[in-house]
Design a protein around this ligand. Structure first.
Ligand code: NGQ
Ligand code: ZN
Length: 446
């Protein structure tokens, strides 16, 4: 395959008339010239580094309040109730819809933080890794790149209490989790670019030994950390240290790690996490929806920290909006503008390039730049669109992030698979039909 981009963002900067040659899913050469499929603005397509696919099916169903104040914790109860009757077939259909929407938004791959493992009463399926296989099947159907992160979830809280209610579907001891993880590896084996990682859910849900066991399994390591103030207080009371502080002192946090949220950090923690080489996995839309707080992006980026973005609860899947909200939350807090921009690069450029690079690192995926040897994870924007009229260079990315939307995405390739054309995923129709049927069956669940 050969693409001819009117303009493209290369590692060394913007270039015009860029020809990208792709073989066996990988970029084999990037040069200046003509010939091949014409596209507008070609960008490295980022990985969506944090998703719980099934939560897509409860979008819009958790925006009412009860007699007591609504919070992350009351939302979590609703989420547990919602997942209670989801079947493997439901999960596959929802995951496929999510992946279609991610591709249309400009993501080439997803790191699925997958913890819905068992039947509602906690009994494993006949195939322990059945649910992992369903996620893999959705990736096979939609062609979206997959980094599968089977989640270790051992306890209901830091005090080691047993799993209760909806949490029973998540639970494994280390031994059984090891087997589930092996099975998940087999489930993705047929996907040429898929990656297996591991995710100890949070400091609330795994023991110290559990964390060490998970870390020993290999691949990218993701963990929810320091999202809510109550979590910080619990970890502080239990260990004498704040969550990120504890992790940095007690685990070998390095470039293999992705700290999901990392919202509640002191300036010292922010600097230390940045220097660890780990990726901060930011999910601004979900963090806003759940009332988590605001990531200290200005300080973290100034310290050279790596970051990427994820759609987490999938209440809304939009790459441009995720990046926009990341910047806007900083502006609202600091009452400033262009907070994450540098003197060299615009806000949109810093956000997009950073998310592409950090997302690839977090997913263990050779992508994030248009360069030979990388998977051909590429997204094309419509330079004919009114929102981009007359724009070039960083202005293009600023218009995409701040003025535009997913409607600017014309094409997307994931490891060379051309899965979005004319702004639509090639399998959208069938996937959407199945998703609709699942949603009709789930109506009235909360
Ligand atoms: C999750 N989501 O695993 O889906 C969590 C809620 C928890 C976010 N943290 C459950 N946004 O953290 O205990
Ligand atoms: Zn999450």
């Amino acid at each position: 395959m050969r693409l001819h981009a009117e303009t493209a963002l290369l590692p060394e900067g913007w270039a015009r008339d860029v020809v990208v040659e792709v073989e066996a899913g990988r970029i084999v050469s990037v040069s200046t010239g003509h010939g091949g499929q014409r596209v507008g603005c070609l960008l490295p397509a980022p990985v969506n580094l944090h998703s719980h696919a099934f939560q897509r099916a409860m979008a819009g169903l958790t925006e009412r309040r009860g007699a007591t104040a609504d919070s992350f914790w009351t939302w979590r109860e609703l989420m547990y109730r919602f997942l209670d009757r989801l079947t493997p077939a439901d999960v596959e259909a929802i995951a496929a819809q999510v992946m279609v929407e991610m591709a249309e938004a400009g993501y080439a791959a997803v790191a699925e933080f997958h913890y819905l493992h068992h039947q509602p009463d906690g009994t494993p399926y006949a195939d322990l890794s059945e649910m992992s296989a369903r996620i893999a099947a959705a990736a096979a159907e939609t062609g979206l790149g997959l980094t599968l992160l089977p989640v270790l979830y051992q306890q209901g809280g830091l005090d080691g209490r047993a799993l209760a209610g909806g949490q029973r579907r998540f639970g494994n001891d280390a031994e059984r989790f090891g087997r589930l993880w092996q099975g998940a590896g087999k489930a993705i084996a047929a996907l040429p670019d898929a990656v297996l990682g591991v995710a100890p859910h949070s400091l609330r849900a795994v023991s110290g030994e559990g964390l060490a066991f998970a870390a020993g399994l290999g691949g990218p390591l993701h963990i929810h950390v320091a999202e809510q103030v109550a979590e910080v207080e619990q970890v502080l009371a239990h260990t004498g240290a704040r969550p990120v502080e504890w992790l940095l002192a007690n685990a070998a946090v390095d470039t293999r790690w992705c700290a999901i949220h990392a919202t509640q950090m002191t300036p010292a923690e922010t600097g230390a996490l940045a220097r660890s080489g780990a990726v901060a996995g930011l999910c601004p839309i979900t963090e806003a929806n759940l009332g988590d707080g605001i990531f200290d992006g200005a300080r973290y980026l100034a310290a050279g920290g790596a970051f990427g973005v994820g759609s987490d609860s999938n209440v809304r899947i939009s790459l441009s909006e995720e990046l926009r909200l990341l910047e806007y939350s900083q502006r609202l807090r600091d009452r400033g503008r262009a907070v994450l921009a540098t003197t060299e690069h615009s806000t949109g450029r810093v956000l997009f390039e950073g998310a592409a690079k950090g997302g690839a690192q977090a997913a263990g995926r050779a992508s994030g730049a248009i360069a030979a040897g990388m998977w051909a994870d590429l997204v094309a924007l419509d330079t004919q669109h009114l929102d981009l009229e007359g724009l070039g260079g960083d202005d293009l990315l600023d218009a995409f992030v701040f003025a535009g939307d997913d409607r600017l995405v014309t094409d997307l390739w994931s490891a060379g698979r051309h899965i979005v054309t004319g702004g639509r995923h090639v399998a959208r129709e069938g996937v959407e039909q199945r998703f609709r049927a699942v949603m009709q069956g789930l109506r009235g669940r909360l």
